[in-house]
Design a protein around this ligand. Structure first.
Ligand SMILES: [Zn+2]
Length: 298
């Protein structure tokens, strides 16, 4: 298999549904397997890794009552990058966690993928970088790499052909447009530090992630300081349809909780002067459903 073919297989992992529901199970499993491989462990016994996979899904996956790491553990075989130690498992079926443990089912990246990684150590960066780029906003990349035990040097993917082709589809004007309509201030806290005339630590957050098909348009963007952007992408807070800020009931802590979150709870987003650019309901609904970690419902 050529390098390109390998990357293509990882690129085509089926992870997003048509309704924009997040299903990052396969990318997280691959990233986890790459992390373990970096420590010299190839075959992963399902029973041994279930806890780790469930924690990754709980931390970085969508807010769901239950995550089922046993499904991707079998179904990833169909993507041509994963194999199991048992031939009699039907990879189109979903098995229970108990069955996989009882049968001592173990999984591994396929031999040809491992061979390619052996011959080309930089390939792991491209695979990991590509998976992150396609499934998660940038504010989460470093955290995920640390959680799976891959060194942050693997983030160095911007010069890779694989990622550039994807990035080109983004509108380079998005950040500029969004910061401008929010008058170069964080829409939550008003943060507006500049160095000279340049705003610092101010970012354009996508409400519906670019990775989920969220467009690069004003109605899908909110200017936020780096801290609020990260908290927003991780689902620590969201906005309801009236643009009132809701804080997740999963948030805990001593220093910072009041300053960064609770003091804004129930407050309205500082909206752009031009009403047509205000966040659109369809994107807010997506964030509420797929990212926000709170239990409040409409
Ligand atoms: Zn802020």
């Amino acid at each position: 298999m050529t390098r390109k073919e390998i990357l293509e297989r990882f690129r085509s992992l089926t992870t997003w549904s048509r309704r924009g529901e997040r299903a990052p199970h396969k990318p997280l499993l691959v990233l986890y397997a790459l992390g373990r491989l970096a420590q010299g462990e190839r075959w992963l016994n399902y029973g041994d890794v279930e806890g780790d996979l469930a924690r990754l899904l709980a931390e970085f996956g969508p807010p769901r009552k239950a995550h089922r790491p046993q499904f991707p553990f079998v179904r990833l075989v169909n993507d041509g990058v994963w194999e199991l130690n048992k031939d009699d498992i039907d990879t189109k079926r979903d098995y229970s966690s108990g069955f996989l443990k009882e049968q001592k089912v173990a999984g591994s990246l396929t031999e040809d993928v491992i061979e390619a990684l052996r011959n080309d150590p930089e390939l792991v960066q491209e695979i990991a970088g590509g998976l992150l780029e396609e499934s998660f906003p940038e504010t989460m990349h470093e955290d995920i790499l640390q959680a799976v035990g891959l060194d942050s040097e693997y983030v160095r993917v911007l010069d890779s052909e694989y990622v550039i082709s994807k990035r080109l589809k983004r509108n380079p004007e998005f950040r500029r447009m969004v910061l401008k309509i929010y008058d170069y201030k964080c829409a939550v806290c008003g943060f507006d530090i500049k160095l000279g005339s340049m705003p610092v630590a101010l970012e354009a957050a996508h409400i519906k992630w670019h990775q989920a098909g969220g467009p690069d348009i004003e109605e899908n963007g909110i200017a936020m300081c780096t801290m609020h952007h990260k908290l927003f992408d991780r689902g620590a807070f969201t906005f309801d349809r009236s643009l009132t800020l809701l804080v997740s009931d999963s948030v805990t802590g001593t220093v910072g909780v009041d300053e960064w979150l609770l003091r804004y709870r129930g407050k309205k987003l500082i909206t752009p002067d031009i009403p047509v650019y205000r966040p659109a309901r369809v994107f807010l609904d997506w964030h509420f459903r797929e990212v926000y970690r709170g239990s409040v419902s409409y």
